[in-house]
Design a protein. Structure first.
Lengths: 107, 190
């Protein structure tokens, strides 16, 4: 299992809509996440910052992310969520959510 | 038992068969297991020796261990689920403090780790990007405030904080009494 911490910003005024959407994520989107070997996935918010934490249980993260990106329901979901988000300028090429460095972990 | 749990049990059962088939003969015999069990629980009734698969099931309430009897298929819950409450927090690093903070956290003092365990904190991670620190942890105790107070009273933890806190810059928008600012959980999927 590998843990991931990710960060991006919410656009000003987008919190209510983003929170409303994420209080009832579409079941087909949840199914796609599950099928891509992601578990224990949380998103937190403070002052316009969004942090996500999840655990990846598969063997090939890039392949699973490509599978998720090819899923039509996920594409519709992203088309609703992405306009509410503002990715960091310092993100790596190809990233939307910027991957963070894990400095510490205790099981 | 819902369908997803049942499917999980079957899959885990098949895995257990594979693992079982490949392992060496057990040192514990049915008779010695019976004698050990009776020492632990005098007067207990011990059934005929059967094979059971030990299956770990993740539920909304936490992790649960279930024994499935190979002969009858009957499932017995061995361990009550541990309920975990998740916490996400954020703080800033002072400019230039990254390397020192990363070095410290690559080898956190064992006494500090022990205090965290005693305070019922598990699966605790700290992430960094652009001077922001994000922490995620799971709390499995029954009284978070009391456990945090216990940790704050621990001398090793106090020394640790006296080293780490000067490297951190708390958010102005944090709540009264907070150092790391608590974040709001907008989404969770098990």
């Amino acid at each position: 299992m590998r843990r991931y911490g990710m960060v991006l910003r919410l656009r000003p005024g987008a919190l209510d809509e983003y929170a409303r959407l994420h209080a009832a994520v579409w079941p087909e989107v949840l199914a796609a996440i599950h099928d891509c070997n992601i578990a224990n996935y949380s998103i937190y918010h403070k002052d316009g910052w969004l942090f996500s934490y999840f655990e990846y249980h598969g063997e090939d993260f890039e392949a699973d992310m490509a599978k998720m990106a090819a899923d039509p329901a996920t594409q519709r979901w992203w088309s609703v969520c992405m306009p509410l988000q503002e990715p960091l300028e310092t993100r790596k090429p190809g990233e939307w959510w910027a991957e963070m460095d894990e400095l510490f972990h205790l099981d | 038992m819902n369908r997803a749990t049942a499917v999980l049990l079957v899959l885990a059962g098949l895995l257990a068969v594979a693992v079982f088939a490949s392992r060496p003969a057990p040192k514990v015999t049915a008779a010695s297991a019976k004698s050990t069990a009776l020492k632990q629980c005098p007067g207990a009734t011990v059934g005929e020796p059967t094979l059971a698969y030990l299956v770990t099931v993740r539920t909304k309430q936490g992790t649960q261990k279930v024994a499935v009897d190979t002969a009858t298929g009957r499932a017995t819950v061995l361990q009550s689920p541990v309920r975990a409450v998740r916490y996400g927090s954020v703080i800033r690093l002072r400019p230039g403090a990254y390397r020192r903070y990363a070095k410290l956290h690559a080898a956190v003092w064992p006494t500090v780790l022990a205090a965290l365990k005693r305070a019922n904190v598990r699966n605790y991670s700290i992430y960094e990007k652009d001077g922001y620190l994000f922490s995620y942890l799971e709390y499995t105790g029954g009284n978070y405030k009391a456990d945090m107070a216990k940790m704050a009273a621990d001398p090793a933890t106090q020394r640790w904080w006296s080293v780490c806190m000067p490297l951190q810059q708390p958010l102005k928008t944090r709540k009264p009494g907070e150092w790391w600012a608590s974040m709001k959980e907008l989404f969770h999927m098990d």
